[in-house]
Design a protein around this ligand. Structure first.
Ligand SMILES: C[S@@+](CC[C@H](N)C(=O)[O-])C[C@H]1O[C@@H](n2cnc3c(N)ncnc32)[C@H](O)[C@@H]1O
Length: 532
């Protein structure tokens, strides 16, 4: 049995995708080596003249978003960025181009303009062009006050952004997002569209505010004379830090040393969610222009001593988009961290059963006293396997819908007292195969969990006044549509879990009504009647 101490368990992850906040700002990050980043010499300013290049001008086919007037701000920013990349030593294959994917609501992306073979180099970025705490101009006195890699990079980026034209990174900042659809930026009303999903509890805005206010702001106030940044009000600083944090979450990489990159694409490995937290983070210009779409991943970043190299990991045909790997994320997490949703991640959808729900249903269904439930949970905790919540996956997922930890917990909870005492004496746990009693308990947990979602999709998309949310085409409508997909996905997973349990129960399943949904509807009705 896999034992994980708290936190999300990421199964068969190809990139280390950690969760949580400070941890909110934790995105598509890979394993790294602190020493490597520390060895980087401070970055010299990019001073090369822009807009003088020949092969990356608007007339070249490298870039395909020409508009008639040539005045498109999106376009001109892209061109300045391309110029800047060249100045900073980034080498790009002639087989790819930065593309305008706004029509697909995907911003910029990278597309093959010729067939590309497997394992071909797409571009390389010198380590000195990666924006890190060390390569930024953040004064040494401030750097040395900061230990946390997230907070350090947030401050370094905020510092560079605030320098405006003085910053060597200006053309890069100009192609980074100014606004976000990540959950951090959803209003309370918009978050209501996600009612039932555990994702809304994972945003962590308050803990970020606390870390910014208690750690970053005081450091800046101490070094006021040295930084323009310190002239901002506390509120403006928090806004800027959130913007930088959200950018890092969706764009930054963990900086690996070549020796640490031993795991290969497609290899099965597991990582607990905190593994990437302490690694040095960096913004890798151009590598972060690749979008991602679940299993359509066809490129990967490789770490060499003095540069990072993006290579294909499969043959790519002309016209195809190049995709990086953000990991096997449920759509709720893709939305939370990256602010978009595509069907291709649906296969990774989960719903979470909070430990509190397990406790409540156990007490109700098994008529067990609070103390009895706690004795068992305490034992589970002593064994180091108690979690705040348990993810349930698609029935078709490789390891099945229920994790071993969840199964063992349920089996433990339903044991008769004498059997539990025996188990405890032997310092053992039940086998990870659901007993019949555990299946019955699980079915009730699923019913309760399902009742936490609105009875139909329209309920979650009504705003608090009961009206359907804003008109089509608005940002609010876009967010509502994304939320509907998340909630539908989670409800599907719930239905699949219920089907699995019913199947396993077989003849032992003497339900009052035929379907899971009917039982949930009855529960809703009973609840309503009780409140009348
Ligand atoms: C690393 S950046 C990729 C470059 C980005 N498209 C841009 O224009 O800056 C990650 C962001 O790209 C967008 N993105 C990535 N993959 C996407 C996809 N398959 N569909 C839509 N948007 C996507 C999301 O906004 C995400 O937060």
């Amino acid at each position: 049995m896999r034992v994980v101490l708290g936190g999300d368990v990421v199964k068969k992850t190809r990139a280390n995708v950690s969760g949580g906040y400070m941890h909110v700002y934790n995105g598509r990050l890979k394993r790294g080596d602190k020493a490597q980043a520390a060895n980087l010499s401070a970055r010299s300013n990019h001073t090369c003249a822009l807009s003088n290049t020949t092969d990356w001008t608007p007339n070249s086919s490298f870039f395909n978003m020409l508009d008639d007037s040539g005045n498109d701000e999106f376009y001109s920013r892209s061109m300045r960025f391309i110029d800047w990349l060249k100045c900073s030593g980034t080498a790009v294959s002639t087989k790819i181009e930065l593309a305008d994917l706004r029509q697909q609501s995907a911003g910029r992306g990278v597309v093959a303009k010729e067939d590309i073979e497997d394992d071909e180099e797409l571009f390389s970025v010198p380590r000195s062009s990666i924006l890190t705490v060390e390569t930024s101009g953040l004064p040494e006195a401030i750097r040395s006050d900061l230990q946390d890699p997230w907070l350090s990079l947030i401050l370094a980026m905020a510092f560079e952004q605030q320098r405006g034209k003085e910053s060597p990174w200006k053309p890069y900042f100009d192609v980074l997002p100014a606004t976000f659809d990540t959950l951090m930026y959803w209003s309370t009303e918009e978050l209501e569209y996600l009612r039932g999903s555990a994702v809304a509890d994972k945003i962590g805005k308050q803990s970020a505010d606390k870390a910014f206010s208690e750690q970053l702001v005081p450091i800046l106030r101490q070094h006021e004379a040295a930084l323009d940044l310190a002239q901002l009000s506390d509120d403006d600083l928090l806004t800027l830090f959130h913007k930088m944090g959200s950018t890092i979450m969706a764009y930054a990489f963990d900086l690996e040393s070549p020796s640490s990159q031993s795991k290969t694409e497609g290899e099965d490995w597991e990582e607990d969610s905190d593994a990437g937290e302490s690694l040095p983070k960096g913004m890798v210009p151009f590598a972060d222009m690749l979008n991602a779409d679940a299993d359509r991943n066809n490129a990967k970043l490789f770490y060499e001593d003095d540069k990072v190299v993006m290579k294909t990991i499969t043959a790519v045909q002309k016209g195809e988009e190049l995709f990086n790997d953000y990991g096997p994320l449920p759509r709720a997490d893709v939305l939370r961290r990256y602010g978009y949703v595509t069907d291709n991640y649906a296969t990774y959808d989960v719903f979470e059963v909070a430990l509190a729900t397990v406790k409540d249903v156990t007490k109700e269904h098994l008529k067990m006293a609070e103390a009895g439930v706690h004795t068992r949970l305490d034992y589970f905790d002593e064994q180091g396997i108690l979690e705040d919540g348990y993810d349930v996956s698609r029935a078709s997922s490789e390891d099945g819908p229920f994790t071993d930890e969840f199964v063992v917990l349920l089996n433990t909870l339903v044991l008769p007292a004498a059997d539990f005492d025996k188990l405890k004496k032997k310092d053992k746990l039940p086998k990870p195969e659901l007993s019949e009693k555990a299946l019955q308990l699980l079915y009730h947990i699923l019913l309760h969990r399902r009742a936490m979602y609105p009875i139909d999709d329209r309920d979650s998309t009504r705003n608090p006044s009961g009206n359907l949310a804003a008109a089509s085409g608005t940002s609010n409508e876009h967010r509502r549509n994304m939320a509907v997909q998340i909630i539908r996905g989670e409800k599907e997973v719930l239905q699949e879990a219920a089907d699995t349990v019913q199947k396993l129960l077989g003849d032992g399943n003497k339900r009052k009504v035929d379907t899971f949904e009917d039982e949930v509807a009855n529960m809703h009705l009973e609840k309503k009647q009780k409140t009348w």
